[in-house]
Design a protein around this ligand. Structure first.
Ligand code: NAD
Length: 483
């Protein structure tokens, strides 16, 4: 329907593992089929790590750790800066790979690569400001508190922001002086391999960073079960996060868990409705709603509720859906074959329980598409009011006053992001204080950046990524007393 932006662009098919500074493929390894979600066609075969690959990854990461830990901070910083520059300079090509394996519009994909680059740039500088402290002691004595890298880190990242989330973890861990073994998602390998290429080109010493695609359960058991790994960082679903917590408990290993959310959006009747809707609708359908902080549960003050759902539905119907590589596409397909079925089930359940479908509600005929959807008057017992949809569906309900809005916002075990729209400053302050979430956006959605901590409360997980807090999660604290 639309002219592709890069007519000559073909997908990278030489997918490999990266261990001890070398690329590995073939040699009888099992393979995973990489599928373009816009067409449901296989576009490449990805070699999966064997036990022997993982043993080697562990061995070389353990060997490289003391050398990297003791590498001068200026040198570590320069390598990270160069890696960030490589990603920035190649953002257009990497973004095109990402779109072909994940589906998002290529402009969004390129923006994601820039976001990944910004993580390397930011941590390259932040590590220079890693101050400890000196405690007050009698004359001639000293007690100092200092930070050290935790050791070998294993990261597990998902397919919704495959390069950004990988970069967020890896940049902070490498800056802290850790060596890293990363298992990126098998659905989106090529854009993740760009991170290994960037680090390799930037001169990262052999063994400091490994990229091992594999069968998730096998890889996580092996890496988390190994004495070599001291820290695990996972982004993904709550059930998998709980499972990894159990695995980590045996070795008393440190964890960062970012497990998704079900973000409430409280819209009060003092807002400029058109302006607010113009902001809300594109945010809802960004990355086809497959965003852990996606605005999802829209609670709207009763006086403006009818106009709100009418305006939301009109804008939702205008969202241009298509292949992410096509010019003009505003929303691509969902990332894999599991997602349209999961969304379909949630929509059918809500409809059966009395929700009104004001826009969308159906899946596409080919690829993994699902229409941008608005459900209104959704009953609280509908599954979608209680379980993260992780797809292009907004749900709306009216509320009376701030107390009711807060009660609804806080009723679920999730606590990642929340948003509120109001012109009343005192109310905004109270909402900021009282909403149970790791991040609260007032009158906007800019809640994720390299310099700000990002993380959840309740079952959305614990530990921050981004900001100085993101560095601390890869460090241990040591007190040295000179008596
Ligand atoms: P899933 O629970 O099977 O997997 C989620 C992620 O965890 C994937 O990246 C997967 O490769 C990885 N994973 C699965 N089993 C693992 C294991 N044993 N060890 C290590 N990693 C493992 O779900 P899915 O079908 O891929 O995604 C659906 C749900 O996942 C969504 O509904 C959403 O709630 C959640 N999710 C959350 C985020 C986030 O940013 N927090 C990202 C992607 C998916």
């Amino acid at each position: 329907m639309f002219a592709p932006i890069w007519l000559g662009m073909t997908y990278q098919t030489d997918l490999k593992l990266f261990i001890d500074g070398a690329w590995r493929a073939g040699e009888g390894r099992d393979c995973h089929e990489v599928v373009n979600p816009a067409t449901a066609q296989t576009i490449a075969r990805l070699p999966l790590a064997t036990e022997a690959d993982l043993d080697e990854a562990l061995h070389v990461a353990e060997r490289a750790f003391p050398m990297w830990r003791d590498t001068d901070v200026e040198k570590r910083s320069a390598i990270l800066r160069k890696a960030g520059r490589y990603l920035k300079e190649n953002a257009k090509d990497i973004g095109a790979l990402l779109t072909q394996e994940q589906g998002k519009p290529v402009k969004e994909a390129i923006g994601e690569v820039y976001g990944a680059a910004s993580m390397f740039a930011w941590y390259a500088e932040e590590i220079k400001r890693d101050y400890g402290r000196t405690l007050v002691r009698p004359v001639g004595q000293r007690s100092i508190v200092t930070h050290q890298p935790v050791g070998v880190v294993a990261t597990f990242t998902p397919w919704n922001f495959p390069i950004y989330l990988l970069a967020k973890k890896v940049a902070a861990a490498l800056a802290a002086g850790c060596s890293v073994i990363s298992k990126p998602p098998e659905e989106t390998p090529a854009c993740c391999q760009a991170v290994a290429k960037a680090l390799d080109e930037a001169g990262l010493p052999q063994g400091v960073f490994q990229l091992v695609h594999g069968v998730p359960d096998m890889v996580s058991r092996k890496l988390i079960g190994s004495d070599v790994v001291r820290k695990i960082s996972f982004t993904g679903s709550i059930p998998v996060g709980k499972h990894l917590m159990h695995l980590a408990a045996d070795g008393v290993k440190r964890l960062t868990l970012e497990l998704g959310g079900h973000a409430p959006v409280l819209v009060f009747d003092d807002v400029d409705l058109d302006k607010t809707l113009d902001q809300l609708v594109p945010q809802k359908f960004r990355n086809a709603g497959q965003v852990c902080v996606s605005p999802t549960r829209f609670y709207v003050q009763e006086g403006i509720y009818d106009d709100f759902v009418k305006g939301f539905a009109e804008r939702t119907k205008r969202v241009q859906v298509g292949d992410g590589m096509a010019d003009g596409t505003q929303m691509g397909p969902l990332a894999n074959a599991r997602r349209p079925d999961a969304i379909r089930e949630l929509v059918d359940d809500a409809r059966a329980k009395g929700a009104k479908v004001l826009a969308g509600g159906e899946r596409g005929n080919e690829g993994f598409f699902f229409q941008p959807t608005l459900l209104a008057d959704v009953p609280l017992d509908a599954d979608i009011m209680n379980n993260e949809p992780f797809g292009p569906v907004a749900v709306a309900r009216p509320f009376k006053d701030m107390d009711e809005a807060l009660e609804q916002a806080n009723r679920l075990p999730y606590g990642l992001a929340a948003f509120a729209f109001t012109e009343n400053l005192r109310r905004a302050n109270i909402l900021g204080d009282r909403i149970e979430a790791g991040m609260v956006g007032i009158n906007g959605f800019a809640i994720s950046s390299a310099d700000a901590p990002f993380g959840g409360v309740k079952e959305s997980g614990f530990g921050s990524e981004g900001g100085k807090e993101g560095l601390e999660t890869y460090q241990v604290v040591k007190a040295i007393h000179m008596c």
